[in-house]
Design a binder for this molecule. Structure first.
Ligand SMILES: [Fe+2]
Ligand SMILES: [Fe+2]
Length: 372
C-alpha cells in the first residue's frame, strides 16, 4: 500500500508515508528544525485534560457546520507534486537566495509540524468526541502540509526527520488559554501570509521562482478553517476574551506574534527580493488582514498605523541583529553584545506594548469565510 501524505486520512498515516521515503543523509535540516530560539518555531504541550473538558454547546450550530466542512476534506490529494510542479533549478539558484529559501522551507515545515504534534497529542489524550474529532482533522492537515514542504526540500537533497523531531525536540508548556490565543493567531496569520504571497504572485508571476507558491491558495484555506475552530473555542467562554487580565494577555500575544514575524522576515532579504516583495510592506499587509479577521473574537486590534509602531519594530530588528552578531563573535565581547541586544529588544517590545489599542465590538457569531 503506497499512501502519499497528501491523501492520508490521519496525521500518523501522513508521517509514516514521509518516513517510508528513501532516507536522506542530510542532518543539517533536522538540526535547524531542532533549534529553540525566540525566533524559531517551537513545539508546545499543555494541560490536555483541561482542553478535553471544553463544552462546545454554546457554539454547537456553527461547530457542527465547521466540522462537517473539514470532514468533507476538500484538499484531499492537493498537497502533492503534479504537472503544475515546474522543474526547480536548485544548482543554478543564487547561493544567497538558496540558503534563505531553504531556511524558509525548514522553518515553515517545523511550524506546520509543530501544529501537527500538538493537535495529534490532544486527539490521543482526549475523550471528548467534539474535541478529539476537531484535533484529529487539524493534525491530518498539518501533517500533509509538513509532508509537502518536505517533498519540496527533498529535491534539494534535504529533509526534516519528522519522527525524530517528535521524539527529540524540546516541548514548551503553555496553559490552555495561551494555546488558544497563540494558536488562533498563528493559524490566522498563517492564512494571511500565504494568501498575500499567493495574490502578489498571481499579479507578478515572473517572481514565482519556485512552484510551491502555486499551492498556497488551497493551503491557506486549511489554515483559515483551523483559525475558525479556535475562534469558536474562544467563544465557548466569554471570560477568555472579556476579562481585564485576559485582554492584556491578548494584547501581549498580538504584539509578540506580529513583532516576531517582522524580525524573522527581515532576516531573509534575498528571499523577499526574489519574490519582489518589500518585507515592511508585506508585514503591514499581513498585520492588516490578520487584525481585520481577529475582530471576530478579540475586543481590540493593535494600532499598526501608530507613528511608534514601525520605528519600534525596526529597533527590535536591530537589537536582534546585535544578538546574532554577539553569538557569532563569542567570548566576553560577544556576551556583552548579546546582553545589550537582548535589553534593546526588551525595551522595544515594552515600547510596542505601550501603544494604545483600537477597541472593537465583537459580533455575536464569529464565523467568517476566507475573503482575501
Ligand atoms: Fe498548516
Ligand atoms: Fe493550521
Amino acid at each position: 500500500m503506497n499512501v502519499h501524505s497528501s491523501t492520508a486520512r490521519t496525521a500518523e498515516e501522513a508521517i509514516a508515508a514521509q518516513e517510508a521515503l528513501p532516507p536522506l543523509t542530510n542532518e543539517a535540516a533536522t538540526q535547524v528544525a531542532m533549534s529553540n530560539t525566540l525566533l524559531t518555531p517551537r513545539f508546545y504541550t499543555t494541560d490536555f485534560d483541561e482542553m478535553d473538558a471544553i463544552d462546545v454547546t454554546p457554539v454547537r450550530d456553527e461547530w457542527d457546520k465547521l466540522i462537517a466542512q473539514m470532514k468533507s476534506d476538500p484538499n484531499n490529494g492537493h498537497f502533492k507534486k503534479n504537472a503544475d510542479w515546474d522543474n526547480v533549478d536548485w544548482d543554478g539558484m543564487e547561493p544567497g537566495l538558496k540558503a534563505e529559501f531553504i531556511d524558509f522551507l525548514i522553518s515553515s515545515c517545523t511550524a506546520e509540524f509543530s501544529g501537527c504534534v500538538l493537535y495529534k497529542e490532544m486527539k490521543r489524550r482526549g475523550t471528548n468526541a467534539d474535541i478529539t474529532t476537531l484535533f484529529q482533522l487539524m493534525a491530518r492537515d498539518e501533517a500533509r502540509h509538513a509532508g509537502f514542504i518536505n517533498d519540496a526540500l527533498r529535491e534539494a537533497g534535504i529533509a526534516v526527520n519528522l519522527g525524530f523531531l517528535t521524539q527529540a525536540k524540546k516541548y514548551t508548556y503553555f496553559r490552555p488559554k495561551f494555546i488558544y490565543y497563540a494558536t488562533y493567531l498563528s493559524e490566522k496569520i498563517g492564512y494571511a501570509r500565504y494568501i498575500t504571497i499567493f495574490r502578489h504572485l498571481e499579479a507578478h508571476p515572473e517572481h514565482r521562482f519556485h512552484p510551491i507558491f502555486k499551492w498556497f491558495r488551497e493551503w491557506c484555506n486549511d489554515e483559515f478553517s483551523h483559525g475558525e475552530a479556535f475562534a469558536l473555542l474562544l467563544k465557548t467562554d466569554p471570560n477568555l476574551t472579556n476579562s481585564r487580565m485576559n485582554r492584556l494577555w491578548i494584547k501581549f500575544f498580538l504584539t509578540a506574534v506580529y513583532s516576531t514575524m517582522w524580525v524573522r522576515d527581515h532576516q531573509r532579504p534575498a528571499f523577499h527580493a526574489a519574490l519582489g516583495v518589500d518585507p515592511a510592506w508585506y508585514g503591514q499587509e499581513v498585520f492588516r488582514k490578520t487584525s481585520e479577521i481577529s475582530k471576530q473574537v478579540f475586543p481590540m486590534t493593535l494600532d499598526i498605523d501608530s507613528p511608534r509602531w514601525i520605528p519600534n519594530l525596526e529597533r527590535m530588528q536591530a537589537a536582534n541583529e546585535q544578538i546574532a552578531a554577539g553569538r557569532k563573535q563569542g567570548g566576553f565581547g560577544g556576551w556583552v553584545r548579546r546582553m545589550a541586544g537582548s535589553a534593546g529588544a526588551a525595551i522595544a517590545f515594552v515600547a510596542l506594548l505601550t501603544i494604545p489599542v483600537e477597541k472593537n465590538a465583537v459580533p455575536a457569531n464569529p464565523r467568517l469565510e476566507p475573503a482575501y
